[in-house]
Design a protein around this ligand. Structure first.
Ligand SMILES: Nc1ncnc2c1ncn2[C@@H]1O[C@H](COP(=O)(O)OP(=O)(O)O)[C@@H](O)[C@H]1O
Ligand SMILES: [Mg+2]
Length: 306
């Protein structure tokens, strides 16, 4: 099972590129596709899901070009698009049965499959209620259930936690972690916490280019010894933000507890802390800004330096 993306670019119109020269080779595992808004995550995923075609380059599923033979991939693909919409008057069960019919599942496997999936996503008790009455998190869980109808080998999930409240978000993160196994899962997000628990690999996109493809461990190691916590008066915060790469700032009674990424301690009073993936992501986006935007790193897995 292998998905190979070979120097893929997508041009929307003259001079406007969605992604540029992206190369990635994926095998079973959970890939966290991280990048700020506009980085090209949806563009890339739409090409992988055979919804749009690359302007240049090739995408190979088990060695076969998906532009030439899309059906081999489509059969084993599950996709939860960023703007997933449901029919408000259908119940979860009806909606899933409808999509199973479109996907060509036979009736008997459909019923057992839907029953199992509703249990996996925790919607059995509400399966007969109209989708219009569901919360955002429940709708996203229906979205995941439909993506899993064919027990996909390639599961693509685009920004699934947008608009979810913290509890729903956590539940969704856990669900993705539970789905890992003998399949390739690609989950895009601009929130590091979404993939912190589940990702076996991280791919970082920005401005249409692949900046990193590596493991969380390597990304973390790159900022080891470069993350500091520093308590500063609230009034100093604008200056601190200007001078430093701030990963988080939490106001407490003794001042603002700032976490920042820096090769050297920002002040004598700052104490070293162990990096989180958020720090590492921030650090890696920053290096790329400092070193210019043409530095594209691609697979094989590479290390970062700060
Ligand atoms: N249909 C489109 N037509 C023109 N430009 C687009 C279209 N879709 C996306 N883009 C542009 O391509 C770039 C990448 O967008 P997108 O893939 O949606 O990023 P992300 O999903 O990471 O937020 C952005 O600059 C965006 O404005
Ligand atoms: Mg997007």
């Amino acid at each position: 099972m292998q998905l190979e993306i070979k120097t893929v670019s997508k041009q929307y119109h003259k001079g406007a590129w969605g992604v540029q020269d992206v190369s990635l080779c994926l095998t079973p595992g959970v890939v966290g596709l991280l990048g700020p808004n506009g980085a090209g995550k949806t563009t890339l995923m739409n090409m992988l899901a055979t919804i749009t075609r690359p302007s240049r380059g090739q995408i190979l599923w088990n060695g076969i070009d998906i532009s030439q033979k899309p059906d081999d991939l489509r059969r084993v693909l599950g996709y939860l698009p960023q703007d997933f919409g449901v029919y408000p008057h259908l119940s979860a069960g009806e909606f899933l049965r409808y999509l199973a019919a479109i996907k060509g599942l036979d009736r008997r496997t459909t019923e057992t499959r839907i029953e199992a999936l509703l249990a996996v996503v925790g919607l059995t008790a509400v399966a007969k209620r109209p989708l219009g009455s569901y919360s955002g998190g429940m709708k996203q869980r229906v979205g995941i259930a439909q993506a899993l109808l064919n027990d996909p080998q390639l599961l693509i999930v685009d920004e699934p936690t947008v608009g979810l409240d913290p509890e729903e978000r956590n539940r969704f993160r856990q669900l993705i972690a539970d789905l890992a196994g003998d399949r390739i899962i690609i989950l895009s997000t601009h929130i590091v916490g979404d993939i912190e628990a589940s990702a076996t690999e991280i791919a970082i996109l920005s401005q249409g280019r692949l900046r990193q493809h590596t493991t969380p461990e390597v990304l973390l190691r790159a900022v080891e010894g470069r993350v500091w916590e520093w308590v500063v008066p609230a009034a100093d915060m604008p200056q601190v933000r200007q001078r430093h790469l701030v990963s988080s700032a939490i106001r407490r009674s003794d001042g603002v507890h700032v976490r920042l990424v820096s090769a050297r301690p920002p002040a004598a009073a700052a104490s070293p802390v162990s990096p989180t993936l958020e720090d590492a992501y921030l650090g890696s986006l920053h290096i790329e800004q400092r070193e210019g935007n043409d530095r594209a790193v691609s697979s094989p897995l590479q290390a970062v330096t700060l």
